[in-house]
Design a protein around this ligand. Structure first.
Ligand code: PLP
Length: 387
C-alpha cells in the first residue's frame, strides 16, 4: 500500500510529457563565455544571464581564488553568528554606492533576497499588489508573507490604480512588487508611474533589478537609475548572479529598511552567509562595472545590432524589449521545442521557454557584451533558414 501513495508521481510526469512541458538539464563543459561546449558541441551562447561576460573574467576568478585561500571555502555560519566577514561589509558598501542608497544587505541568492524582503515588510493585515508576470521569487514571497495578494495585469498602471482605489482602505500596509526588467519578456515596468501611484496611495514599492543591474542606467545601477528615480524611497532587490557573474542577492535601501531586515528577514537570519569566494567575486564585478562602462556600451551595441538584423525577419513575432533579453513568441510548446532543437543543431544555444514559466511559449535570447558581430549574424542567418 505504501507504494501507492507515490504512484501519482509517474502519472504527473506522463501528463507533463504529454503537454510538451517536460524539462531536464543539459551539461555545459568548460568555462563560461559567449561560446560554450554544450553536450560535446561548441555553440554560441544566447542562454546565459552573464550580460557583461564577467563570470569567466580572470579578475573575478583571481578574487574568488584569493578569498578561498585567505578565508576558506565556507563562511561557516549565519551572518548574525559566525558567518560575517569584512568582505560582506565591503560588498554591501559597494552595492549601496552603486545604487546610491544608504545601505544594502547581501543574501545567499536573489531568490532568498525577495523572499526575505517581502515577508519582512508585510504580513496578515497587509496587501500586496503584484504584476502578473513577476518572477517566481516575488510571487512565492508574497504567498509566504501571509498578506492578501492581488495581481494586476502586466505593466497596467491604470488597472493597478483602480484596484488600489477599491481596496487600499481595507488594509494597514500596502506593498507593490514588480520586476524592473521582466525576466522572460525583456520589457520594463513603468517605474515613474508606479512611484506616483505608490505615493498617492501610501504604498511601499519593491523593484527587482535582477536583469537591470549592470545593464541599464548611466553607471549600470539599473532601471531606477535609467528612469532618473535614484532619489526616491524604494526597496531595491537584485542578484549577484547575472551581470555580476557571481552568486547571491541583495536588498538596497534606507538605513532603517536594512536594519529592519537584519532583524526580521528569516531567509537572511537563518541561512549560512554568502561564501568568501562568491562575495569577493561580486565585489570585484562591481568594481569592473564602475571602471569599465565600455562593457555596458558594447552590450547595448550588440542588442541594437540584433534588433536591426531581426527586423529583416518579418515572420518572427518579437516581444517588446528594452533590455538584453529578446524573445520571439511561438504558437505552442511543441513548436518552441522544435525551434530550440533546430537552433542547437545549428550551433546556437537559445532555450525554449514554455508554460508554466510563461503564459505563451517562446525562444529567449540573452545578449552579452562579449558576443562578436559574427555570433549575432550567425543567429539571424540560422533563424532565416528555419521553415
Ligand atoms: C534570476 C532572478 C531572481 C533570482 O536570482 P538568483 O540570484 O538567481 O536566485 C530574482 N528575480 C528575478 C526577476 C530574476 O530573474
Amino acid at each position: 500500500m505504501t507504494d501507492d501513495c507515490y504512484a501519482w508521481l509517474e502519472q504527473s510526469l506522463k501528463t507533463i510529457h504529454r503537454a510538451d512541458w517536460y524539462r531536464s538539464v543539459q551539461t555545459i563543459h568548460g568555462g563560461a563565455g559567449a561560446t560554450v561546449v554544450l553536450q560535446g558541441n561548441e555553440v554560441i551562447n544566447f542562454a546565459s544571464n552573464d550580460y557583461l561576460g564577467l563570470a569567466g573574467d580572470d579578475r573575478l576568478i583571481q578574487a574568488a581564488t584569493t578569498a578561498i585561500q585567505d578565508f576558506g571555502t565556507g563562511s561557516t555560519g549565519s551572518r548574525l553568528l559566525s558567518g560575517h566577514r569584512e568582505l560582506h561589509c565591503d560588498l554591501e558598501t559597494a552595492i549601496a554606492e552603486l545604487k546610491t542608497t544608504e545601505d544594502a544587505l547581501v543574501f545567499s541568492s536573489g531568490y532568498l533576497a525577495n523572499l526575505g524582503a517581502v515577508t519582512a515588510v508585510v504580513g496578515k493585515r497587509d496587501v500586496i499588489l503584484s504584476d502578473e508576470y513577476n518572477h517566481s521569487s516575488l510571487k512565492n514571497g508574497a504567498i509566504l508573507s501571509g498578506a492578501a495578494v492581488v495581481e494586476y495585469p502586466h505593466c497596467d498602471a491604470a488597472a493597478l490604480k483602480s484596484k488600489l482605489e477599491e481596496i487600499r482602505q481595507n488594509y494597514r500596509r500596502c506593498l507593490i512588487i514588480t520586476d524592473s526588467v521582466f525576466s522572460m519578456d525583456g520589457d520594463l515596468c513603468p517605474l515613474p508611474t508606479l512611484l506616483d501611484i505608490a505615493e498617492e496611495f501610501s504604498c511601499m514599492l519593491l523593484v527587482d533589478e535582477a536583469h537591470a543591474t549592470g545593464v541599464l542606467g548611466e553607471t549600470g545601477a539599473g532601471c531606477v537609475e535609467y528612469f532618473g528615480c535614484t532619489s526616491k524611497q524604494l526597496i531595491q532587490v537584485g542578484t549577484l548572479s547575472k551581470a555580476l557573474g557571481s552568486l547571491g542577492g541583495y536588498v538596497a535601501g534606507s538605513t532603517a529598511l536594512i536594519d529592519f531586515l537584519r532583524n526580521r528577514a528569516p531567509s537572511w537570519i537563518y541561512t549560512t552567509a554568502l561564501s568568501p569566494s562568491d562575495t569577493a567575486a561580486a565585489l570585484q564585478a562591481i568594481k569592473i562595472v564602475k571602471e569599465e562602462p565600455h562593457r555596458r556600451s558594447q552590450l547595448w551595441k550588440n542588442i541594437n545590432y540584433l534588433k536591426d538584423l531581426m527586423s529583416d525577419l518579418p515572420n518572427l513575432k518579437i516581444l517588446p524589449s528594452e533590455s538584453a533579453i529578446i524573445c520571439f513568441q511561438l504558437a505552442s510548446a511543441a513548436q518552441a521545442l522544435k525551434i530550440g532543437n533546430y537552433l542547437k543543431e545549428s550551433g546556437i544555444f537559445a532555450p525554449a521557454i514554455r508554460p508554466p514559466t510563461v503564459p505563451t511559449s517562446r525562444i529567449r535570447i540573452s545578449l552579452m557584451a562579449t558576443h562578436q558581430p559574427s555570433h549575432i549574424e550567425k543567429l539571424v542567418e540560422v533563424l532565416k533558414n528555419f521553415n
